[in-house]
Design a protein around this ligand. Structure first.
Ligand code: 13P
Length: 253
């Protein structure tokens, strides 16, 4: 079986501060967690440059900075938006694409998400493609068709090359911020399905692509989720804002 390097990513959403950047980086350094895993932090855009500067000062080469979102265009009259070039210049190495909050609150379609994904990839950044179903889709048996549509949008635009250097995060919307994580068995079933989809276009990539689980991961449930064969780490929301909890989750990966 192919060994995949675990990844633990924190999505701070519209939270955090310079002080939190300092605390998290210091604790990552002191704990030594990033020697065996890749750690990714995605703070709000106003903190990208500060984070990048501080991570370099601490010599944390295995800690990566991710943008929470980019616009699908390179520039223009788009007040408040950030292009991939601006994110890259601010030190971002990865980009979260299609988070469920972008899809639901900002009406981002799978087609637009796919464009952002390809923008990131073509700029040399690693996209983290978020996919997941709503409560209603889960209850009406539409989980697999929803995930298929979200992943196929990227396949149509990028072909099989698209998945060579990316991460996929399965984040069921019913589990995000609710305290109700998917069971390890259910998450494993879905991760295996996603890996199978990638295998259908590129068997080699399916062995190496890392698929993260996200949605109410806490130190208490992380070990059981991470022990599943197709779960390669986590995308953490709330617990990523508490350095002690985040470090503990990293240690469990
Ligand atoms: P929670 O861990 O707070 O459920 O959030 C998950 C998430 O949305 C990460 O992107």
């Amino acid at each position: 079986m192919t060994k995949r390097m675990p990844v633990v990513a924190a999505n701070w959403k519209m939270n955090g501060s310079r002080e939190l950047v300092n605390q998290v980086l210091l604790q990552i350094k002191q704990s030594g967690v990033c020697q065996d895993i890749e750690v990714v932090i995605s703070p709000p855009a106003t903190l990208y440059s500060y984070f990048d500067e501080q991570k370099k000062i601490h010599e944390l080469d295995h800690v990566f900075l991710a943008a929470q979102n980019i616009n699908e265009l390179d520039n223009g009259a788009l007040t408040g938006e950030i292009s991939v070039g601006l994110a890259k210049e601010s030190g971002c190495q990865w980009v979260i694409c299609g988070h469920s909050e972008r899809r639901s609150l900002f009406k981002e379609t799978s087609k637009v998400t796919a464009k952002k994904f390809m923008k990131a990839l073509n700029a040399g950044l690693k996209p983290i493609l978020c996919v997941g179903e709503t409560t209603e889709e889960k209850e009406t048996g539409k989980t697999f068709s929803r995930l298929t549509a979200q992943i196929e949008a990227v396949m149509h635009l990028g072909g099989k090359q698209a998945f060579k250097d990316c991460l996929i995060a399965y984040e069921p919307i019913w589990a995000v911020g609710t305290g109700q994580a998917a069971s390890p068995e259910l998450a494993q079933e879905i991760h295996r399905f996603i890996r199978g989809m990638i295998a259908s276009i590129c068997p080699e990539t399916a062995k190496t692509v890392r698929i993260l689980y996200g949605g109410s991961i806490k130190p208490e449930n992380a070990a059981a989720l991470f022990s599943q064969p197709d779960i390669d780490g986590g995308l953490i929301g709330g617990a990523g804002l508490v350095p002690e909890q985040f470090i503990k989750i990293c240690q469990l990966a």
